[in-house]
Design a binder for this molecule. Structure first.
Ligand code: TXA
Ligand code: MG
Length: 320
């Protein structure tokens, strides 16, 4: 791979680049992000350009503390504070009314901002070092598979980034759960690492956002997509006979399918370790997408707990 990108763990250097208005790859516990100073319009514009992200899609802000969030919010509703106190630092993003300190570019003109406190020691150190909010969407070209390793980021952006802060493999592996409070009603906008019942356990009943009016790219029908077509199915052994075995790869869990050599299969987890499946999902998709298969068959997970969040990504990855 020819790449001018340096991968390392120098937080001070990453901070220096952010201070100069540059975009840096950063690790979080969910997926890697493309980070820039959220208070600099030109730095934020670079994120949109590098990611080829439509300008109408708002970015998530990363901050080091609830106090820092409070300084940019126009009020912090009680259930939002309760969730932040319970789950932060962690894979939770909250939508809050923003105040005037924050440039409108980040929220794509919306009156709300998305914020989270990531649980990764290097990125928390970076956020404390720079002191300003850091905007960071997932570090993948718009619509493609999200990255869970620094190498994934380098592969997808071989020219555009000077530096990727290497925090190792993401421990959670899929994106944060997004919760907002439109008209005061707790609403899940994106299923993620923290499940809806876990949210409801802290603040009471939560509704799911109506997917017919997508507000987030993660809610678009097609997203998280490899270049190789994905077939999603419940029973790979019934699906596999439709394809020549040398042209197909299988991502499954628990056990290998009998009809295909094991080196054409990736097991996401053993037993029912769905957190393990989430952690391994995107790396498996990146790996399979490089093999030149005609199709990637993926076995759908049971529709409960984290399986719901993982299936949400798989359905979008398989969408035409
Ligand atoms: O786990 C994560 O959240 C990762 C890591 C890097 O923090 N970030 C991430 O960012 O997934 P991104 O940009 O790929 O997804 C953020 C989603 C987008 O779908 C965006 O449209 C939505 O959050 N979003 C941002 N601000 C919003 C707002 N004010 N209202 C509704 N949705 C918003
Ligand atoms: Mg994304």
């Amino acid at each position: 791979m020819t790449t001018g990108t340096v991968i390392g763990n120098d937080v001070a250097y990453a901070a220096e680049l952010l201070n100069r208005g540059e975009v840096v790859g950063i690790p979080t516990e969910t997926v890697y992000g493309l980070a820039a100073n959220a208070l600099s319009k030109t730095a934020v514009q670079q994120i949109f350009a590098i990611k080829r992200r439509p300008l109408f899609n708002p970015l998530i802000l990363h901050m080091a503390s609830i106090e820092q969030i409070d300084r940019l919010a126009n009020g912090l509703p009680k259930p939002a504070l309760k969730l932040l106190e319970h789950f932060s630092p962690g894979p939770l993003t909250i939508l809050l009314p923003k105040n005037k300190l924050l440039p409108g570019e980040i929220t794509a003109g919306l009156p709300t901002m998305a914020v989270r406190i990531p649980r990764h020691p290097l990125t928390l150190a970076l956020l404390r070092e720079v002191g300003y909010p850091v905007a960071a969407p997932s570090a993948n070209p718009f619509g493609y598979i999200s990255p869970t390793r620094a190498e994934h980021v380098a592969k997808m952006f071989p020219e555009a980034l000077k530096y990727i802060l290497d925090g190792g493999e993401c421990t959670a592996g899929i994106e944060s759960t997004i919760v907002g409070f439109p008209e005061g009603v707790a609403t899940v906008y994106r299923e993620g690492v923290i499940t809806t019942p876990e949210i409801a356990h802290i603040i009471g009943p939560v509704r799911k956002h109506d997917g017919h009016k997508p507000k987030a790219p993660g809610m678009l029908p097609s997203h998280y997509r490899p270049n190789t077509p994905v077939i999603l199915c419940e029973d790979p052994e019934a699906e596999l006979p439709k394809y020549a075995t040398d042209k197909v790869g299988l991502i499954t869990y628990n056990r290998y399918a009998k009809q295909l050599p094991k080196d054409r299969q990736i097991l996401l987890c053993t037993d029912n370790d769905w957190a393990g499946a989430a952690r391994n999902l995107y790396a498996a998709m990146h790996d399979m997408d490089e093999r030149g298969y005609r199709v990637i068959i993926i076995r759908k997970l049971p529709e409960k707990g984290l399986g719901i969040s993982i299936n949400d990504r798989l359905i979008r990855a398989a969408a035409k």
